[in-house]
Write a protein that binds this ligand. Structure first.
Ligand SMILES: NC(=O)c1ccc[n+]([C@@H]2O[C@H](COP(=O)([O-])OP(=O)(O)OC[C@H]3O[C@@H](n4cnc5c(N)ncnc54)[C@H](OP(=O)(O)O)[C@@H]3O)[C@@H](O)[C@H]2O)c1
Length: 189
């Protein structure tokens, strides 16, 4: 079993992961479908550690009212240990395995990879944090769920110049999303 670090996210056709109000309403207002739920369940079953930026964490916290309903965190993410990058001290979801970290991504990634064992590392987002991982050569795979919407402006998917082409390894679809899987080339040494 080879562990990979995967940046797995939903994205608009025009390359944004959140709108200009940092909102994901355009994504979560959609009714969930059994197929999409199953896709996420099978993804999360392979995840042994996950990382996200403070903006992403705080959006989930507020939008899902996690401080009042902390059990929902487990519903979404199970027992997967999480690292949240922030320069501040946001409230922790009670009962969730969350570590607040700041600064260099390499050291944190090493700790995550260690905890994940033979499972994968999930870079949840946002794009600016994912770009720090990518720049450090720490993203092996990018998996996009392209939503049938354009946002015009917002938080960018991955503001990073890839050193070469990503390798397209899979294309899939459900009713109205397209799923694109790419391998990221190893950085030049
Ligand atoms: N479509 C999707 O599936 C999806 C997935 C993920 C995220 N999103 C959305 O995308 C938006 C996030 O955009 P984003 O890229 O601006 O935000 P982000 O990566 O979620 O968070 C940015 C924040 O993370 C902290 N941060 C980043 N790097 C850090 C480092 N090295 N050390 C310490 N703290 C660090 C900083 O917080 P401080 O304020 O503490 O300095 C920074 O303001 C959110 O609205 C989120 O909801 C969407």
């Amino acid at each position: 079993v080879v562990q990979t670090t995967q940046y797995y996210t939903a994205v608009s056709i025009d390359g944004f992961v959140a709108d200009s109000d940092n909102s994901l309403d355009w994504l979560v207002k959609r009714p969930s479908t059994p197929e999409r739920d199953e896709r996420f369940q099978s993804f999360i079953a392979g995840v042994g550690a996950m990382a996200m930026g403070a903006a992403t964490y705080e959006w989930v916290l507020d939008n899902e009212h996690l401080l009042d309903r902390p059990d929902k965190w487990q519903e979404f993410y199970g027992d997967v240990p999480s690292w949240v990058f922030t320069h501040r001290e946001p409230p922790a979801v009670p009962g969730a395995d969350i570590t607040f970290v700041r600064g260099g991504v390499a050291e944190v990634h090493a700790a995550m990879a260690d905890r994940a064992g033979d499972k994968n590392v999930w870079m949840v987002g946002g794009g600016r944090l994912a770009a720090q991982f990518a720049a450090a050569g720490l993203i092996d795979r990018v998996i996009l769920g392209v939503a049938p919407v354009t946002l015009g402006a917002g938080a960018p998917l991955l503001p990073w110049r890839s050193p070469g082409d990503l390798r397209l390894v899979d294309v899939d679809r459900d009713e109205d999303f397209v799923y694109l899987t790419y391998d990221v080339p190893a950085p030049a040494r």
